[in-house]
Design a protein around this ligand. Structure first.
Ligand code: SF4
Length: 287
């Protein structure tokens, strides 16, 4: 790591010293500052760190490296400086955990160069019910984003593609269809599910179980030990597929839908899933 700036904003313990030694061994140029941290905002390549000094609040990156931003933040604090269920890319919270620190120090050198950031969600302001004629209305997408990627700017819903993790909770929560998921679009996911289930039924002469999982923590549970009639489907997050996908997959001929929730699933997403699962099961019971 080049140009490493250390901000000490709380008392340093003996555990911190071991951590700091590991960081210093990995860095080339190091400068240290002792200031009160006001806030950290941004994402990979664009982090603004505000600190309080003798002359008031300033941007640490301007003072320390004469740049408008830092590229990466490695947070060793006792509690995270960014309090979000889904953290922005480029922000590593390791706290007091040596294994997390070793993992972060291994990943950070690879975060150099240019990266493609997919734009998962788009918004159609014409049919959004957030604010019409000066009257406040719907806020559902704002309440269900675990990454704080959605905001209301001049009474319009805006999505920050750099913070968006593609969880899809906003498009599931949107009552008007103003927010739509693009990777994949709902239509192409429906079409894929139909082909998958109908081809399996044709060849195996039996109905499959469809298992939705995310492509990181959940993917680790997808092994050869999975029963042959279980069809796993990897998604950016398990909330990308929602109640309409589950119900239509059953209608296409699947015999059961499973959703793999792990300890790493954001609580807001789990809460949303539980609500949709209760509704889906109730509909199926009544049918
Ligand atoms: S949930 Fe949909 S309708 Fe409601 S504010 Fe968000 S985009 Fe607009």
């Amino acid at each position: 790591m080049n140009n490493c700036v250390i901000l000490a904003n709380e008392a340093i313990t003996s555990q911190d010293e071991a951590h700091l030694e590991a960081v210093m061994n990995a860095a080339i140029d190091i400068e240290s500052y002792y200031n009160k941290l006001i806030s950290i905002k941004g994402f990979l390549g664009q982090f603004q760190v505000k600190v309080e000094g003798d002359n008031g609040v300033s941007d640490l990156s301007v003072v320390a490296i004469r740049q408008a931003h830092f590229d990466i933040v490695l947070d060793l604090s006792h509690s995270p400086s960014i309090n979000l269920e889904m953290l922005p890319p480029g922000y590593f919270y390791v706290g007091q955990d040596p294994a997390l620190l070793a993992d972060a120090l291994e990943q950070i050198p690879d975060l150099v160069g240019e990266f493609d950031k997919p734009r998962y969600v788009k918004v159609n302001h014409d049919i959004c019910a957030h604010n019409k004629h000066g009257l406040n209305g719907c806020n559902r997408c704002l309440n269900f984003c675990p990454a704080d990627a959605i905001s209301s700017v001049a009474q319009k819903i805006e999505i920050d593609p750099y913070l968006c993790h593609g969880a899809g909770s906003c498009s599931n929560a949107c009552p008007t269809g103003a927010l739509s998921y693009d990777l994949p679009s709902p239509k192409s996911l429906h079409s894929y599910l139909e082909k998958l289930v109908s081809r399996y039924r044709l060849q195996a002469q039996t109905a499959p179980v469809v298992l939705f999982h995310d492509n990181e923590a959940g993917a680790q549970f997808i092994t050869d030990e999975l029963s042959g009639d279980v069809l796993p489907i990897a998604m950016e997050e398990i909330t990308v597929a929602s109640i309409d996908h589950w119900m239509t997959t059953l209608a296409y001929g699947a015999r059961e839908i499973l959703i793999l929730n792990t300890d790493l699933t954001a609580p807001t997403l789990t809460q949303m899933l539980n609500g949709e699962l209760a509704l889906a099961n109730r509909i199926l019971d009544e049918m």
